[in-house]
Design a protein around this ligand. Sequence first.
Ligand SMILES: [Zn+2]
Ligand SMILES: [Zn+2]
Length: 271
Amino acid sequence: MVLHIRSLGSGSSGNALLLDTGNAAIVIDCGVGVRALANGLAASGRSLRELDAVFLTHEHGDHVRSLPNAVRAGVRLAATAGTARAAGVPSHLWEEVRVGRECRVGGLTITPLRVSHDAAEPCGYHVRSDDAAITVVTDIGCGDEALDEFLAASDLIVLEANHDEAMLRQGPYPAHLKRRVLSDVGHLSNADCGRLLLRALNGTGRSRTIWLAHLSQTNNRPPLARDTVARALAAAGTPHEVVPLARHGHEPLWRCGDRPSVAVQMPLLLS
Ligand SMILES: [Zn+2]
Ligand SMILES: [Zn+2]
């Protein structure tokens, strides 16, 4: 089984991630516009109707923008009870997920992870196939040690590096928004992302691919995020591939199963 993972957009303008085994295909979040979603799926030879499920992390608009289209397409919608209620997921399409309780779709085993964020009942996801494990955590104000073991077990980590703290503090956001982003239920800074990864991966002696997600357009720069996280991880002594995700487009693509796993880095498409 070859597992393909493709980012379909990352950041406040929309988040979606395709995981495709060939037999089964799921999307984590459907926050990009419907055209971007369709184009990204088409790049993997998929359509919205063919998805086995959309797994939601939480109800914020940048994670559910294309939810009405998924509903019209009749796609199963996996979400915690709080997210389903807050996002208005119709009950006939809803599959409840609970933190720590595994579920299976095709050959994938999916474990929802607790995250700290100012939404009704947010979660991240740890996904295992026969050959690979992936952790996807965006929109997280602070990490906890429960997350470490899932990060350490992953070949691909998709983790938020939302802002540079100095840029945010000195930037144009109003004070209440700065407080929210910096809080424990807001978003992870580049430095915090690096610290969290270092704590989880230190001593594991294995190189991973790390996709930095949900970069702020106002309070971050992709090279700054990449360098800050890579510098923090250098202390672990094992080289990791650190790739900031583009806000738009349907790259990069990561695949595993036809060993060795490879990551294809594409030019950043920032706007
Ligand atoms: Zn978000
Ligand atoms: Zn959010």
